[in-house]
Write a protein that binds this ligand. Structure first.
Ligand code: NDP
Length: 294
């Protein structure tokens, strides 16, 4: 019987851990949870049948999932858990982390007899709730295959390469999200300023070759409505674009659009607010053009 544990019951972690609890109920196993703000873990246990435990108790699981803001917070938890970790445990980090951190963390945990896989996810809070997330795994194939049956929150799980490859792919995926979102904002604000109805323009674009996830699922629902509901913080997307730049630089790549987009999202997070929804980055474009996208 495999005991799982989940650390980080945030916007993504809370619904992801709910799927682990559901699978544990089905298997007659245990799904442990720990969160910095303890009340969230207690609420999770009451709602989903997970078991709220202390941090050292989490270290006795067979598979430990983390979903924290950045690799720095994962480092902090590794430091706190190091004296308690059970040998043979596999640590599956679903944070959108840094490839260099993954390599270092794998080495550090290997000294304690613990495996480490980078396993960031995509699909947003909707995908986490539906259990249809895409997981991109980095690490040795045998370790990836051993955890695959336990990814209860996944709709698709792909082994993309060695340690760090999962985080690298995730950063480039999110860079594509950022590029598309920013470009849609620049284009739509120009159309708005030339008197075109933005909703009509989106209707056309979404039936044409310029469509993207940003124009189909983000701008109409979040920007045009002026709601900007925060499910994925702008500061986190800015962090991901910075990781993408590091991925490019690690191979001495030439990628001016990536560099530019990372700088724009850093500026947007600073001026609009890192805690705002990622689509609020377009408010910076609106300020630059003195026009709202609506
Ligand atoms: P949230 O801010 O909603 O949740 C962050 C979680 O980390 C909370 O449980 C928080 O605890 C915990 N935490 C923060 N700092 C620490 C710390 N120092 N020590 C221990 N726990 C800490 O983030 P998300 O769930 O949105 O994002 C998590 C990761 O998933 C990020 O890497 C993000 O980039 C990625 N991601 C997010 C998506 C989204 O749509 N939101 C989609 C795909 C990936 P507490 O409750 O106490 O604050």
């Amino acid at each position: 019987m495999t005991t799982t544990a989940f650390i980080g019951l945030g916007a993504m972690g809370d619904p992801m851990a709910a799927h682990l609890a559901r699978q544990a109920r089905h298997d007659g196993a245990k799904a442990l949870v720990w969160n910095r703000t303890t009340t969230k873990a207690e609420a999770h246990a009451a709602k989903h049948g997970s078991v709220s435990v202390t941090l050292p108790e989490v270290a006795q699981a067979d598979i430990l999932f983390t979903c924290l803001p950045t690799s720095a917070e994962v480092d902090g938890i590794i430091g706190q858990l190091a004296p308690h970790l059970k040998r043979g445990l596999t640590w599956v980090d679903c944070t959108s982390g840094h490839p260099d951190a993954a390599k270092r963390q794998r080495r550090q945990l290997a000294e304690l007899g613990v495996n480490f896989l980078d396993a960031p996810v995509s699909g947003g809070t909707g995908g986490a709730e539906a259990g249809t997330l895409t997981v991109m795994l980095g690490g040795p194939a045998a370790e990836v295959e051993a955890v695959r049956p336990h990814l209860a929150f996944a709709g698709k799980a792909v082994h993309v390469g060695e340690t760090g490859a999962g985080f690298a792919v995730k950063s480039i995926n999110n860079m594509l999200l950022a590029v598309n979102l920013w470009a849609a904002g620049e284009g739509l604000v120009a159309l708005a300023n030339s008197g075109v109805n933005v909703s009509a323009a989106l209707d056309v674009i979404n039936a044409s070759s310029g469509r993207s996830n940003a124009t189909e699922n983000l701008v109409p629902q979040r920007v045009v409505t002026r709601e900007f509901p925060c499910t994925f913080a702008l500061g986190l997307l800015a962090k991901d674009t910075g990781i993408a730049v590091d991925v490019v630089n690690s191979v001495k790549g030439s990628a001016p659009v990536i560099a530019q987009t990372a700088a724009l999202f850093r500026a947007a997070a600073r001026t609009v607010g890192a805690e705002q929804d990622h689509t609020a980055a377009l408010k910076l474009i609106e300020t630059m053009n003195q026009k709202e996208i609506k």
